[in-house]
Design a binder for this molecule. Sequence first.
Ligand code: ADP
Ligand code: MG
Length: 677
Amino acid sequence: MSRKPTYEELEQRVRELEKEPVGFKGVGEGLKKVASATTVDIDRKRAEEALKQSEEKYRTILESIEDGYFETDIAGNLTFLNDSLCRIFGYRKDELMGMNIRQFTDQANARKLYQITNNVYKTGKPARAFDYEIIRKEDGRRHVEASISLIKDSQDQTIGFRGIIRDVTEKRHMEAELIHTKNFLQNILDSSIDGIIATDLQGRVISTTLNIKDLTGYDQLELIGKKVNTFYGKGVEDEKKIMSELMAKGELRNHEMKLKKKDGGLINVNISASLLKNEKGEIIGTLGIYRDIIEKKKLEAQVLQSHKMEAIGTLAGGIAHDFNNLLMGIQGYTSLVLMDVSSTHPHYERLKGIEQQVKSGAELTRQLLGFARGGKYEVKPTNINDLIEKSSTMFARARKEIKIYRGYEKDLWTVEADQGQIEQVLLNLYVNAWQAMPGSGELYLETENVTLDANYVEPYHVEPGKYVKISVKDTGLGMDKETQQRVFDPFFTTKEMGRGTGLGLASVYGIIKNHGGIINVSSEKGKGTTFTIYLPASKKEITEERELTHEVSRGKGTVLLIDDEDMIIDVGSQILKKMGYELLLARGGKEAIQLYKENKDKIDIVILDMIMPDMGGGETYDRMKEINPDIKVLLSSGYSIDGQATQILKRGCNGFIQKPFDIKELSNKIREILDRE
Ligand code: ADP
Ligand code: MG
């Protein structure tokens, strides 16, 4: 017998020996038995010792583990459990013993537990790491993770279940938190207007936000794995720059560069980047945040444009003022000569020709003044629909080849406008449209009530609120981007000499600005052009106007004529004398006030120049009004700065006349003021 018997074999032998009658088979046999019984005795002791040790070992393990261990009978009643299980369930050991494992939970979880154990029973396969909720004796619910398997006896009969339970409440909370945080972050990322791209150390894209497509034209998936420098405007050069900055400072802030889109187009972006690190702090890649700055660039361009316009406007206004005074002289003298010349005289037609030229000159300065700041004089509550109707009907009569469509907002808000100027704006736009549609074309004129918010109006430096929108759309040649950027520049024209002056849109721009409005152009080459104008709405009511006569009205009474220019004084006084008025003359504000004090009862009306060196028209007006609150004053100017004229009119001044004026205009204005009452 060379092999050592197993524990079972030994036991078997012991049982056999116990049955055998001792001393029955002779001494030799007996001795043999004694010898072997002794061996059996020793082996059994050893086996018991081993068993004890093994049990001890398992018990210590069970008691020292964090997880709860339990055994149940086939019905699920607890037959054995460790201390950790008591801790997890919050019950004492004696309370738990004999209780059903499904008792420490709610109905839904009990059912789940039953189904799982039933399945284990039927299939014999253990259920591993499933979750359910227990209810502790005193302090509520906990999440546990359990594994359950069968206990079988030596005959392979199922006699119960054994299981391990672990409290995972904190872990699940953390997981939920993590998922929540992750979703939250993903939401932030996905709702970010900026495109975000993460790369590895080789500069390959490893992750991006959804909106990256809007920015680059590439799909999120398309980008993954691509070198990030493939869509840098300057490729590797940009990448080097970004990386060297990142490596030196650890971050990159607000670096402006261009991105190359999938279709090859370039866009301006602002990039901020940082290094991606793992939990050990090692650099594993980069994170770049890309912001589209087209809007910003546009805003900058708009601000620049409006500064430029303001500067040129001031300049243009100055020129217009001096030029109008010159024209006034020419017009005045011509009128005077014409009064003495009959229509049959050989010079009559020539003089009329001079008047005609003065009119054209005045038209030019009118454009310049419209463009210049502050050239807004006669502001009245106005219905823009009426103005469009009137001007476009007139225009349509002259340009029959163009079809005009009108779409008016029915209850269009009122705007406070200088009707003459807005008419000029509209006519300029019609003429441009007509010139852009050689042969034939369509012109769409529309109005609309709109409300502009602070965001929209910010770059234009106007107030948010209610506006009347006017759009003038043609189906003409259209223009490229460069032309669009320059259309409002004074003297910018693409038309041949004699046809275009380049002042049309410049004056349009100035007039709209002076009305506190906005003008925009949108166009595509070959597809037509749309000009959009916004004028601030007003609450004022529209009042009826009376028509002026077109005859020179003769008058009587005394006029005080105030002007710092000798030529105007000379021509003005001659004209007024011809019209039948007595005259007093003053070459400045101070002199005028002195004269007015002395003659206030005699003077019927004052004609007051606005811009004078010693004392301006505004102050002169106020002083004279102090002397006589009922004073009648006609303001006259070749120009006004910052709507000065409007200010003086608001303070009660009775009328305004724009230089150069002819005899008819002047006589009508004077009559109108004197006859009012
Ligand atoms: P002008 O008409 O004397 O050239 P404007 O200031 O009115 O000056 O217009 C400037 C330029 O803007 C024009 O020369 C033309 O190139 C362009 N433009 C204006 N309106 C239109 C339009 N409706 N369609 C196409 N181009 C236009
Ligand atoms: Mg034009």
